[in-house]
Design a protein around this ligand. Structure first.
Ligand SMILES: Cc1cc2nc3c(=O)[nH]c(=O)nc-3n(C[C@H](O)[C@H](O)[C@H](O)COP(=O)(O)OP(=O)(O)OC[C@H]3O[C@@H](n4cnc5c(N)ncnc54)[C@H](O)[C@@H]3O)c2cc1C
Length: 380
């Protein structure tokens, strides 16, 4: 077992952290309630964030999962705009990677260079009004008509939807076949029959825009199908293995920043004649925050390490996702408690981390669904 990063991994981490801190941090700025800003996206794209694990042949950095996670972690630590990191990661792991892994050569050559360098933005659309946790119960239909597929249905919570150029959409060709009836397509924004809803108002992740997506007789060329007919369920699951590990690395970075900020506050804020950190109840709460962070981080690294070796990692990935998202939510509450009144004040960079963390236990499969996946892997 080797816990040492290579020099090139360290260098990438350092550069990513420095860039994120330079552009997206600073006590004088409150990042939490920013709207999506394309110039911010472009700064991250220039670094290579939008194509970290895309092969170099298609304009990405060609990184493995572990190094990808480490770089996303650096952005999460340095960038106080959690929504920006979330949007970039949703683009890369749930829209771009399915094209890398299941697109045919012509589709990859046409789409990946733009997506990998962030010139084009990707989104993924599986969730529907009646198909959330039970995603494979989706009703959006695809029917073949010569050289096109005709898609009809409605999708909800499409992250990046309002600004996306390409949508990875999951539709059923035969509802009776459930999981095996689903097929995945890449639908261009300007395809006739594709319509976007109003941007969704959310409690957190404000700079990550989301909306509903409507498909009404939307004719998608057969060349834009990912994988085979009926392979969509497997494609979605593969994308979730990326997302549940590498996207959540951003929250590991956020937890590290939050802990450093809270320790610093506990060392300098004095009550009862001494720094509040000298009160054992405060110090112990900070140790609990550190324990949650370090345990979640090790679960994440191990999950990525297994994936890079091509080993099954369903339980490990779900455990990492569960630990990170639950840690983010609990430690964000603890950070507010330890900051007292200013933890609640909106112009101080503490409360938004709770608002940005609450959805982490919902998207990419809720905590209940992660527990189900682990239980199944345990033979239950
Ligand atoms: C910020 C954000 C971004 C998102 N981005 C996208 C996106 O880009 N693309 C996309 O397609 N979707 C996206 N989603 C949707 C997300 O994947 C769903 O919200 C999620 O899967 C839960 O589905 P639901 O909201 O319908 O809740 P439901 O499935 O209705 O769940 C409600 C509650 O019931 C529980 N529950 C449901 N089934 C079970 C079960 N079998 N056992 C135990 N408990 C259960 C859940 O855990 C939850 O607590 C996003 C959501 C959020 C919040």
């Amino acid at each position: 077992m080797d816990f040492q990063w290579s020099e090139s991994q360290d260098e990438l981490y350092r550069r990513a952290l420095e860039l994120a801190q330079r552009h997206f941090a600073g006590a004088s700025r409150v990042w939490a309630d920013h709207a999506f800003d394309r110039t911010h996206w472009d700064i991250c794209a220039e670094f290579g964030l939008m194509g970290l694990c895309v092969p170099e042949a298609y304009g990405g950095l060609g990184l493995d999962a572990l190094t990808t996670a480490r770089v996303v972690e650096a952005f999460g630590r340095g960038c106080e705009d959690v929504g920006l990191v979330f949007s970039a990661a949703a683009h890369l792991f749930a829209a771009v990677m399915p094209i890398v892994e299941y697109g045919d050569e012509a589709l990859k050559a046409a789409l990946l260079p733009g997506l990998a360098r962030g010139a084009a933005i990707g989104a993924n659309a599986i969730t529907e009004g009646e198909a959330g946790s039970d995603a494979f119960a989706l009703r959006t239909e695809a029917r073949r008509d010569g050289e096109v597929y005709v898609l009809d249905g409605a999708k909800s919570y499409v992250t990046n939807g309002p600004v996306a150029d390409e949508f990875v959409v999951y539709a059923t060709m035969n509802r009776k076949h459930g999981y095996l009836g689903i097929t995945a397509f890449v639908v261009a924004r300007d395809t006739p029959g594709l319509r976007l809803g109003e941007p969704l108002a959310k409690m957190g992740l404000k700079s990550s825009p989301a909306c509903s997506l409507y498909l009404e007789g939307c004719r998608v060329p057969a060349s834009r199908r990912l994988g085979r007919e009926g392979q969509g369920g497997a494609i979605f699951q593969a994308s979730m293995q990326w997302e549940r590990s590498c996207l959540f690395a951003g929250y590991v970075g956020m937890l590290e920043r939050q802990l450093a900020q809270t320790v610093e506050y506990a060392r300098t804020r004095r009550q009862g004649g001494k720094p509040i950190g000298k009160h054992q109840a405060v110090a112990h709460r900070l140790v609990e925050m550190k324990l949650r962070l370090e345990a979640a981080r090790l679960l994440l690294y191990r999950a990525c390490w297994l994936r890079d070796r091509g080993q099954p990692a369903v339980a490990e990935v779900s455990l990492a996702k569960l630990a990170i998202s639950e840690a983010a939510r609990q430690s964000s509450l603890d950070a507010i408690q330890l900051h007292g009144g200013i933890g609640f004040a909106a112009d101080y960079n503490v409360e938004h981390m709770l608002r940005d963390s609450v959805p982490a236990t919902l998207f990419s499969g809720t905590s209940e669904i992660q527990r189900d996946l682990v239980a199944r892997e345990m033979g239950l």
